[in-house]
Structure formats: structure tokens, C-alpha cells
Design a protein around this ligand. Sequence first.
Ligand code: ASP
Length: 201
Amino acid sequence: MLLARAIMEKSDHVFLIGEGAEGFAREQGLPFEDAAYFLTEARVVEQTEAKKRRAIGLDHAQEGEGKLGTVGAVARDRWGHLAAATSTGGVTNQSRGRVGDSPVIGAGTYADNVSCAISCTGVGEHLLRTSLARTAALFIEYRGMSAAEAAGAAIWLLVAKVKGQGGLIIVDRNGTCARAYSTPAMRTATAQNGEIRVATT
Ligand code: ASP
């Protein structure tokens, strides 16, 4: 987050990746962690198993209690400003150099005060191929759909076009929240006017 903010505020760019991003972070004096900081036993086991099977996959598509993975958030403040954020480890056993949908504005994450804020999860390649977040925002902006209609229509399109596995959460400019997904489940929670609601499927 610190690096994203520094890129926004202190560079002429929107998006830096790889060595260039790292170099920029060092120039800005941002804190670094050792690689070991990012390793957990569960993830190492998951990665080793996936390598053996020569498989890639969504960590949260696994059975049982291990449904931890991407966290997305969308928010509208009292002045109507909209924001979206998506945090992910990508997919298990992904190739070096892979960029998923999460950081790509318009694919996995999107926010514009005129329409809505959106965060997606799922197979990044499917979400990139359909520009899913921007597509859902366009449904609201130019077709006048409600948040729920746009979420449903975007997921319908994801499945129809690329047999996509994914989900998204939306908050629109009026503060209405919606979600839709083609994965077996997607856990969400909303906080509106002091009321918190949790959906576990
Ligand atoms: N969308 C992420 C990616 O493909 C994975 C996820 O949502 O869990 O990198």
C-alpha cells in the first residue's frame, strides 16, 4: 500500500512492476522485508503439492477450512468518494513473472466516483480477458443498471465468454452493495449505517 501510494503521489506513472518497482521503493526509502517474511508453512505445503501435480489453482478453491486467499474491499465515504482495493497472493504454482488481474485497473480492481467501486477474485486470466471490473462499471455508467444487475450481468458474461471462474463485490455511488460469483462460494461482509452483515456462501 505504501508503495502504491508513493507511485501515485511521487511518480508520473500509474503502474510499476518488478525490478523497476523495487528500485523506486528503495529510492523512496520504503521498508523491505526478507523473503522469508512472506512464507508460511501452509503455503509452502500447498506450493509443493501443486508442483508435484504440475497444477496451478486458486488457493481458496480448496476443500475444507483452508479457504483463505484474496481479500477485496470496496468503500464509499460520506462525501461519495469511492475506493477499491484487492490483495492476493495470485494463484498457487504460478509462473515467475505472471501478473494476475488484481493490480490491473479495470480487470480485478476499479473505482470511479461516477459509477462504482469493484474488487474481483477468481482466475486472473479469466478476469483479465473480460476486463471484468471495468465491464461491470460500464453496465452501471452507460446502461443504468443497479449494482446487483451489473454484478449479475458481469458474471454472466464472464461465464458466457470464457467459462470464467470468479466473483466480484460492488458498491455504487449511492452506497448500494452487491456481489455475484461463478465460483462455488464467496464470503463477504458489508457495513452500512452501523449495520454489519456477513454472508458465508
Ligand atoms: N485473482 C487472483 C489471481 O488470479 C487470485 C484470487 O482471486 O485468488 O491472481
